[in-house]
Design a binder for this molecule. Structure first.
Ligand code: HEC
Length: 115
């Protein structure tokens, strides 16, 4: 009996650690992310769940969530001005996201990935 309860305690402790860890990893400030996106005019070309000239953020979330390098790729996408293909077929460098603190960029990427 003693042995069993000890095991249960260990299991709950691990479960708690896992919950805390993932909550921490996903701690995204959605309001700050949306404010930054608004400030940068991202919503001119992207809806949260509506395609405009660019894909809906929920679509990008689905695409990059499955990719272990998703966060890295999004950070690159938003900082490099890589080519973006528009619905009419023309290409132009994608807008570069501007923020005072790189943490804000990470937060915006985290928010997109959380959608
Ligand atoms: C002038 C229009 C325009 C603006 C402004 C714009 N985007 Fe985009 N974005 C696009 C287009 C077009 C694509 C599609 C690129 C492609 O598929 O080649 C795109 C693609 C993306 C993608 C998906 C990338 C991928 O590889 O699938 C994300 C995420 C994204 N934009 C985020 C943002 C954010 C965040 C901002 C604000 C800093 C922003 N965009 C501003 C037009 C825009």
């Amino acid at each position: 009996m003693k042995h069993y309860s000890l095991n249960l305690q260990t299991v709950s402790a691990i479960a708690l650690m896992v919950v805390c860890f993932s909550a921490h990893a996903e701690a995204v400030d959605a309001d700050a992310a949306k404010a930054l996106a608004k400030q940068n005019n991202c919503f001119r070309c992207h809806g949260v769940d509506k395609d405009k000239d660019g894909p809906a953020f929920t679509k990008s979330a689905a695409k990059f969530k499955a990719d272990p390098k998703g966060e890295e790729k999004l950070l690159h996408h938003l900082s490099s001005g890589e080519k973006a293909k528009f619905p009419d077929g023309h290409e132009e460098p994608h807008m570069i996201l501007k923020a005072e603190d790189p943490k804000e960029i990470k937060n915006l990427v985290g928010w997109i990935l959380s959608l």
